[in-house]
Structures are given as structure tokens and as C-alpha cells.
Design a protein around this ligand. Structure first.
Ligand code: HEC
Ligand code: HEC
Ligand code: HEC
Ligand code: HEC
Ligand code: HEC
Ligand code: HEC
Length: 400
């Protein structure tokens, strides 16, 4: 009897170990993913595509992990040490200096490498930063991460349940085999009783609580790392203003309200006076429209919640993109005219800006300024003039 208990405990223990190692691995790669997206994706793709730095596909085979850790902690030190690989790479990338990350732990860097490997092992997962134009217009790519996580939690819970059931069967069967059980209760009923007993077992309860805490903790950490990336952000606004109604159904031009979008750096969010052009006559009695009146009476601006917001270190100019570049709002903002509430559709990360500058042809139609450039460019290149060829990848163009 005692022996059997020990076997059972060992069995339980080894299964638990198996689970926890899986959980820890998944956590490493998931943490690696957030770290990568927040720190590295600006300059690196997980595929072999070159951004500012080389594509990192196969990095774990190309370089030993110790080298990668040293490099990420301090690239300049590795270059300075005379390391041939590092120096060749540095020269190849025109001596572009990679940012050092001295505060990353070895495990965090291993997590990033695990994520890069995982991203390449599963071709279905979208590579970070890839296909910005489609990503911008279509559903936000990041939601798939959330789904995967949900699936993982679901799977784990199912596995725990199966484990409990299996254990109780083992328990019952072993009792039967030892001839211990003398009562005539049917086998199924006994297994059921056993499951109930195990559900009441405090060790298992603790296990489930620990699991829940693990995932709760992970979600909190993710949220902390996600600060700064607001893809999918759709805050509630003080007045229920609908773009679907105004820009979609009533076809009011975007620049009727966003007056700076073709001529200035900022697009501008309209003042209450612009609303009054129509609402001094339309739907005056509506409680939502009353809020506009109140703002005007009190001479206070409506406190719209800002959705898109780049950090101060980056410079972005609307007219350069809409007027000069000939881009449409939806290239970057998605189908605003179908949104009841505005949502940020693009990541607005540096990698996102750069990807588009690599892929987009310069709009030279009707722009004499570009004629000469295009002519020069076409002389020694077969590909059309891209934004990157006119300086769209230069740090100083986007950073003060
Ligand atoms: C500001 C741009 C930039 C950022 C941010 C950046 N890197 Fe780099 N990285 C580079 C450049 C450029 C190179 C090529 C070598 C050089 O010029 O210094 C490089 C090279 C590398 C290499 C060697 C690649 C190879 O093919 O051998 C690794 C590994 C690497 N980076 C990892 C990272 C990781 C991990 C992060 C995030 C924690 C990161 N980098 C963030 C620009 C960057
Ligand atoms: C009748 C006026 C009006 C029209 C027309 C209009 N907008 Fe807006 N827009 C607003 C107001 C008011 C806000 C702020 C409240 C909100 O976010 O819904 C806003 C917010 C936005 C934002 C988010 C701003 C932020 O805080 O980051 C974007 C992007 C935007 N509009 C794009 C468009 C596009 C694209 C069109 C044309 C398809 C358009 N708007 C047409 C009034 C308008
Ligand atoms: C060019 C005309 C025009 C402008 C400018 C305009 N609206 Fe409207 N708005 C409309 C029309 C038309 C309706 C639909 C009225 C209806 O359903 O009968 C409407 C409906 C609304 C509603 C829904 C009211 C309800 O209770 O059904 C809100 C809220 C609203 N607008 C807010 C705003 C705000 C805020 C602004 C300024 C940023 C604004 N509108 C600017 C024409 C305009
Ligand atoms: C090339 C990408 C791109 C295009 C095209 C684009 N936007 Fe934007 N938009 C942005 C970015 C990036 C921000 C955030 C700017 C910041 O925080 O400084 C932004 C912010 C905004 C805002 C918030 C207020 C502001 O000025 O920061 C509004 C409103 C807006 N865009 C409307 C539009 C409209 C309307 C169009 C089409 C006529 C348009 N945008 C086209 C990228 C774009
Ligand atoms: C959807 C594609 C797209 C995205 C996304 C995009 N850009 Fe651009 N960008 C362009 C195009 C096209 C031009 C060329 C305009 C022209 O002809 O001058 C351009 C030009 C520029 C220029 C001027 C470059 C030069 O050498 O004259 C700057 C600066 C710039 N973009 C900054 C940004 C920043 C910052 C972001 C991200 C917040 C961004 N862009 C996102 C397409 C894009
Ligand atoms: C096309 C525009 C563009 C170019 C070119 C560009 N950046 Fe950036 N960069 C951005 C934007 C936008 C952000 C802010 C992104 C964010 O908040 O996620 C940024 C952020 C950064 C950050 C801060 C990252 C952080 O986590 O806060 C650094 C460092 C940086 N860039 C360095 C560089 C260097 C070095 C170069 C030249 C090799 C460069 N950038 C070229 C647009 C650009």
C-alpha cells in the first residue's frame, strides 16, 4: 500500500515537472517576444529580411549563445575586442551602431533567441514587422498572439483535468488489483467518487491556484512591457462621435474636420465650432449634442482622448505623406469611415515606418522636383525609386 502511494506521488511529481517545464519554456519565448517587439523589431526582422540590421533568422545556429549575449550587452565592446565576425558585420552595415542592452539578463536574451527560433519554426505565425501595408489595413496582427495564449491556457486546463481523471482511474484500478476493494460499487461510480475526492484534495487545489497565478502574473508582465505600443487602442470618447456615421454614411471629407492633414505636420482634431456648423441645426435635442453646447457655453474644449501618439523623440509629418507621398488615410489608419469608435490599427513602431519606406515607391507623378532624381536613380538601378532611396531610412529624418 505504502509502496503504491510512493509510485503515485512520483508519477504525479514527474507529470507536474513536465508541465512546469513546458510552462516556463512558453513563458521564456513569450517574454522574448515582447522584449523583441519592444526593443529589437525597430531594426531587426525575425526572418532573413534586412531592416536597419540583419534579419535574425537562424541566429542561434550562426552564432554561439555566449557570443549573442555579449553582443547584445555591448556590441561596441565585441567590435573593439577585434572579433572578426563582428567587425565584418559592422563594416557590412556601414558602421551603423546597434543600441547596447547592458541591463538584459542572460535568460532574457535567451528568451529573445527562443522567440526568433519559434517564429521561424512556425511559418503560420506572422513575422514581426512584416507586411505593414496589409497589416495596417487589415485586422491588427497582434490579436493572434492573444488567441494563442488563450488556447494555451485552455489546453493546459484540459490537460490538468485529464491528469486528475487518469490518476483517479489508476488509483481505483490499483485498489481493485490488490483486492482491497470488497464492496460491489460499480467501477464507473467508484472512479467518479475518486475524481470528487481528488477535486477536494488540497494539493491539487494549490496546483490549480499556482497555475492561475502564473498566468495572471504573466499577463501583468506583458502589460508592463507593452507600454508604448498601443495597437488596437480604442478609448471611449467624451461624446459618442461616430466616424461611421459622419465620414461613412454622410461622406463628410476627412479634411473638413482634420484641417491640417494635407497642409501641416499635425492633422488636428476639430474644435466644437466645426461641429456647430451643422449641429446648431441638426439633432439639437440629443443629449450627446447638448454636450457640444455645454462645451461652447463654458468656453472649454471637448476633452477628446488622444488615440495615436508618437513619443517626442520621433518626428512625423502628415502633409509629407498625404500630400507629397500621395498616401491615403487608410494606408496607416485602416478604415476609419467604418469605425463607430476610432481604433489604432498600426503599431506606430519604428519598424513599421521603416518597412513602408523600404517597400513604397516614391510618388513622382506631377512632381517636377523628383524628375531629375528618378532619372538619376533609373540609370543604375532596375527597381523603382523607393522612399529609402531619398533618405527615408536616415535616423535624422525621423529623429530630432
Ligand atoms: C538601432 C538599431 C538596432 C537595434 C534597436 C537592435 N539592433 Fe541588433 N544590430 C543592428 C545592426 C546595425 C547590426 C549589424 C552590426 C552593426 O552594424 O553593428 C546588428 C546586429 C545584431 C546581431 C548580429 C546579427 C548577425 O547576423 O550575426 C544580433 C544577434 C543582434 N543585432 C541582436 C539584437 C537584439 C537581440 C536586439 C534587441 C534587444 C537588437 N539587436 C536591437 C541594429 C540594431
Ligand atoms: C465631422 C468631423 C470629422 C470627420 C469628417 C472626420 N473626423 Fe476623424 N475625428 C473627429 C473627431 C471629433 C475626433 C476625436 C474623437 C474620436 O477619436 O472619435 C476624430 C479622431 C480621428 C482620429 C484619431 C485621432 C487621435 O486621437 O489619434 C483619426 C485617425 C481620424 N479621426 C481620422 C479620420 C479620417 C481618416 C477621416 C475621413 C475618412 C475622418 N477622421 C473624418 C472628427 C472627424
Ligand atoms: C457637415 C455636417 C456635420 C458636422 C460638421 C458634424 N456633424 Fe454630427 N451629425 C451630422 C448628421 C447629419 C448627423 C445625423 C443626424 C440624424 O441622425 O438625424 C449627425 C449626428 C451626430 C451625433 C449623433 C446624435 C444622436 O443622438 O443621434 C453626434 C453625437 C454627433 N453628430 C457629433 C458631432 C460632433 C462632436 C461633431 C464635431 C466634431 C459633429 N457631429 C460634426 C452632421 C454633422
Ligand atoms: C503614413 C502614415 C499616415 C497617413 C497616410 C495618415 N496618417 Fe494620420 N497619423 C499617423 C501617425 C504616425 C500619427 C501620430 C502622429 C503623432 O503622434 O505625432 C497620426 C495621427 C493622426 C491624427 C491625430 C492628430 C494628429 O495630428 O496627430 C489624426 C486626426 C489623423 N492622423 C488623421 C489622418 C487623416 C484624416 C489622414 C488622411 C487624410 C491621415 N491621418 C493619414 C500616420 C498617418
Ligand atoms: C504607408 C507607408 C508609410 C508609412 C507607414 C510611413 N511612411 Fe514616411 N514616407 C512614406 C512615403 C511614400 C514618403 C515619401 C514622400 C515624398 O515623396 O517625399 C515618406 C517620407 C517620409 C519622410 C521624409 C523622407 C525624406 O527623405 O524626405 C519622413 C521623415 C517620414 N516619411 C517619416 C515617417 C515616420 C516617422 C513614420 C512612422 C511614424 C513613417 N514615415 C511611416 C511612406 C510611409
Ligand atoms: C522612418 C522613420 C525613422 C527612422 C529612419 C529611424 N527611426 Fe528610430 N524611431 C522612429 C519612431 C517612430 C520611433 C518610436 C517608436 C515607438 O515608440 O515604438 C523610433 C524610436 C527609436 C528609438 C527609441 C526606441 C525606444 O524603445 O524608445 C531609438 C533608439 C531609435 N529610434 C534609433 C534610431 C536610429 C539609430 C536610426 C538610424 C539607424 C533610426 N532610429 C531611424 C522612427 C524612425
Amino acid at each position: 500500500m505504502f509502496n503504491r502511494k510512493i509510485t503515485l506521488v512520483t508519477f504525479l511529481f514527474s507529470l507536474a515537472l513536465l508541465f512546469s517545464s513546458n510552462v516556463v519554456f512558453a513563458q521564456d519565448a513569450a517574454e522574448g517576444e515582447t522584449l523583441f517587439k519592444n526593443n529589437c523589431a525597430a531594426c531587426h526582422n525575425t526572418s532573413d529580411e534586412v531592416l536597419v540590421g540583419p534579419g535574425l533568422k537562424g541566429i542561434s545556429e550562426r552564432r554561439p549563445i555566449d557570443w549573442i549575449i555579449k553582443w547584445v550587452h555591448n556590441p561596441q565592446a565585441v567590435i573593439g575586442s577585434g572579433d572578426k565576425y563582428a567587425n565584418d558585420l559592422y563594416t557590412k552595415f556601414n558602421k551603423a551602431a546597434m543600441t547596447p542592452y547592458p541591463n538584459f539578463s542572460d535568460d532574457q536574451i535567451k528568451g529573445i533567441v527562443a522567440y526568433i527560433d519559434a517564429a521561424n519554426a512556425a511559418p503560420a505565425a506572422p513575422a514581426a514587422g512584416a507586411a505593414p501595408a496589409e497589416g495596417a489595413a487589415a485586422a491588427p496582427a497582434q490579436s493572434s498572439g492573444g488567441m494563442m495564449e488563450g488556447l494555451l491556457v485552455g489546453l493546459l486546463l484540459i490537460m490538468v483535468l485529464v491528469l486528475v481523471a487518469l490518476l483517479s482511474i489508476v488509483n481505483t484500478l490499483s485498489k481493485l488489483a490488490s483486492g482491497e476493494a470488497q464492496d460491489e460499487t460499480p467501477l464507473a461510480k467508484r472512479i467518479q467518487d475518486n475524481i470528487k475526492a481528488m477535486a477536494a484534495n488540497s494539493a491539487i487545489k494549490t496546483g490549480v491556484i499556482v497555475l492561475i497565478l502564473l498566468f495572471g502574473g504573466k499577463a501583468t508582465i506583458d502589460a508592463a512591457y507593452g507600454v508604448g505600443i498601443h495597437q488596437g487602442y480604442a478609448p471611449e470618447q467624451p461624446i459618442k462621435f461616430s466616424h461611421k456615421l459622419h465620414a461613412g454614411q454622410y461622406q463628410i471629407n476627412c479634411n473638413y474636420c482634420h484641417t491640417g492633414v494635407y497642409s501641416g505636420k499635425g492633422a488636428n482634431v476639430p474644435s466644437a465650432n466645426i461641429c456647430m456648423n451643422c449641429h446648431n441645426a441638426i439633432k439639437r435635442e440629443s443629449p450627446e449634442i447638448q454636450k457640444i453646447y455645454r462645451a461652447i457655453e463654458k468656453d472649454e474644449p471637448i476633452q477628446w482622448v488622444r488615440v495615436h501618439n508618437l513619443p517626442d523623440l520621433a518626428y512625423f509629418n502628415h502633409s509629407q505623406h498625404t500630400n507629397v507621398g500621395g498616401l491615403e488615410c487608410k494606408n496607416c489608419h485602416g478604415d476609419i469611415d467604418k469605425m463607430e469608435v476610432v481604433e489604432q490599427r498600426s503599431s506606430l513602431t519604428m519598424g513599421w515606418c521603416i518597412d513602408c519606406h523600404r517597400e513604397t515607391d516614391v510618388n513622382s507623378k506631377g512632381n517636377a522636383y523628383y524628375d531629375k532624381l528618378v532619372e538619376l536613380h533609373n540609370k543604375d538601378s532596375k527597381t523603382p525609386l523607393k522612399v529609402q532611396n531619398i533618405g527615408g531610412l536616415e535616423c535624422s529624418k525621423c529623429h530630432y
